[in-house]
Design a protein. Sequence first.
Length: 316
Amino acid sequence: MATYLITGIAGFIGSNIARALLARGESVRGVDNFVTGKRANLEDLPGIDFVEGTIEDPAVCACVCKGIDYIFHEAALASVPRSVADPVSTNANNVTGTLNLLVAARDAGVKRIVYAGSSSAYGDQPTLPKQEDMVPDPISPYAVSKLTGEQYLRSFSRVYGMETVTLRYFNVFGPHQDPSSQYSGVLAKFSLGMLEGRTPVIFGDGSQSRDFTFIENVVEANLAAMHAPADKVSGKVFNVATEQRITLNDAVNILRELTGYTGPVEYAPPRTGDIAHSLADISRARAAFGYAPKVDFHEGIRRTLNWYRGLTAAVR
Ligand SMILES: NC(=O)c1ccc[n+]([C@@H]2O[C@H](COP(=O)([O-])OP(=O)(O)OC[C@H]3O[C@@H](n4cnc5c(N)ncnc54)[C@H](O)[C@@H]3O)[C@@H](O)[C@H]2O)c1
């Protein structure tokens, strides 16, 4: 039987990948330093082999890669504003951490690494939809760090013959996303906030758009990319999104309907490093590993709100 390592397993996406693997009866190890991850995300992951530590430490990487067949690399400081405030720690976690992991994976003979890339690699180029062969144009230190990680993966494919795959996620949302930090994803903050009657704050005029992607689609893409034929995916980059463009104003209006929130919306100045529009072309992932998003924005938001409702009910 294969053994999987998930870095960032206590985070939003890592813990959801772990749930899917456990449901398939797979054997899972995880590493996390809880910089943004939550112990609560590990509570429904019975039987995982969990190591608390940072991938900034090469010894931790060597230890967690031992005996591993496949790696889903999700660990990172996953925030644009956080990287603007502190680019050095973003680089240490996202770039040095990724390089350490690649070296350890190479030395341990890991069969394949699937990496959490980011649509931020495209920057603010006006061309839509974004295709993988466009020249990257990262703006924020976060985007630079995620793109550098991709390039290290490609390098390790070319130089050491490792099987590596990058999935560029477009604004992922869904259950287990942390709504509580100033750096949290916008839909997580708005979903819980509007359920609790708090005013959503939009940075900019709300006309900025995103290809919001429900977590289940992202998990399926990861599992499919991990086991697709190497000649179709190795050393390559794929968009993972839904090809649906939603503005922040649209998102708030949909959330109003679903939560019953009737209060105001606050508009604040745009944030440095944010981009105006984002929309993916997912045909490359479709052709290479049959990726087809099954859950659209509306259904995803409905499921997400149900999860946050459970969370608030549990706290009361
Ligand atoms: N959520 C999105 O919309 C989105 C979009 C594009 C890319 N991504 C990428 O997907 C990945 C997962 O993001 P997420 O939304 O689940 O974020 P998250 O913050 O919920 O999860 C990241 C996890 O990594 C852990 N971590 C960070 N640095 C670490 C280190 N040095 N050592 C060990 N663990 C460490 C954190 O504690 C956390 O549990 C990240 O690589 C992120 O850049 C996310």
